[in-house]
Design a binder for this molecule. Sequence first.
Ligand SMILES: [Zn+2]
Length: 403
Amino acid sequence: MKIKTTVSVIKADRFEYETELHLKIKGDFLGPDSIDIPDTYAYAPFINSHDHLIGNWFPRSGDNRPYANSHIWVEDMKESFAYQERNNFWVNDGKFELTEPNAYILAQLGCYKNLFSGCGYVQDHAPVQKPSYYKGFPISVVSSYRQCHSITLENWWGGKSAVQEMALTKGKMPFIIHLSEGTDDITCKEFSQLKKQNLLQPNLLIIHGVALSKAELKEIAKVGASICWCPTSNYYLIGKTLDIETCLELGVNVVLGTDSTQTGGINIFDEITTAHLKFPEIPLATLYEMISVNAAKALYLPKDVALLHPQNTADLLLIDAVEHDPLENLLEVNSEHIQLLLHKGLPLYGDAQWLEYFNSVPTDYTEFRVGKREKFVIGDPLELNDIIDAALGYHKDFPYLPF
Ligand SMILES: [Zn+2]
């Protein structure tokens, strides 16, 4: 089946106009051979390089902002309304066994946050879980990684020492760590501590890096390591963000992450918008690279997942054309504007009229209404919300769920 959209964003600096996309779906396509879809832009699904799937409760926590470092917040947030309300559903007993049923419901919910904002891949920063954890999600949750929570708090949430975790990567997968998330002495010293442990390697993915100096960023660029920029979370928690201008000047591989909604924005659309509003001089194509090619590199994903493939379109994000420019468009749209999200040949979300073409796809969908539009989504996130509501005894609203 072929579709023709207004513009296809093959990658950040290559647009094709009225190109035919050859859709590849699981099952037979029950519809016309070719459809014209005017006023629509096609993208490759996005890659969110930093989230904590179980942490996507609401509202944000942190009554004593700005914090000199995030380690103070880690303790402080345990007193927050959101953390304590979540305790009525799932208590973090320190084991971080996220396959436990209620933890898994929270992780699924976090996954839907990403799905409803057009992400095909997300990195879930938590201790490495059992393989079954990564297999049950509608989008791809990166399963091949090692991690440490942070240099200062080490792996308080589970996992081996930072040095052991890095050794386990064998240089073939990312090693992910929160670093320099603050403005005080403690966070300013974290980079040199990281180096002493020989963790400054090409597969290092630093999360935040707010306190990193120019000289340190130069070393990171030289090694070819990556930094995940989470501006919304940084401004909320620390009141300051990564020195992004220097990163770009030096050619550091920067990726974008939402973080969880405990500190971050609502979803990746929100994150792109915040990055643009705070740094309007950064070209939108550069921001787009952060959620596509740069992210694939940092997370050791195949290069292909960051690009749109017109001849073999098994991964597709089709969005209403609201703005004249397809990249500016991303600043104006939300879940409602997604016409179709296709991941590895499986339709995940979109306008319900597509469903008649997907009758033979072997999966279950749920339909719901957003404004005037009927939508379908894989699985049943409404049921997840109902299970949480039943445990709390009232309705809990998660702003990233469009229903
Ligand atoms: Zn984080």
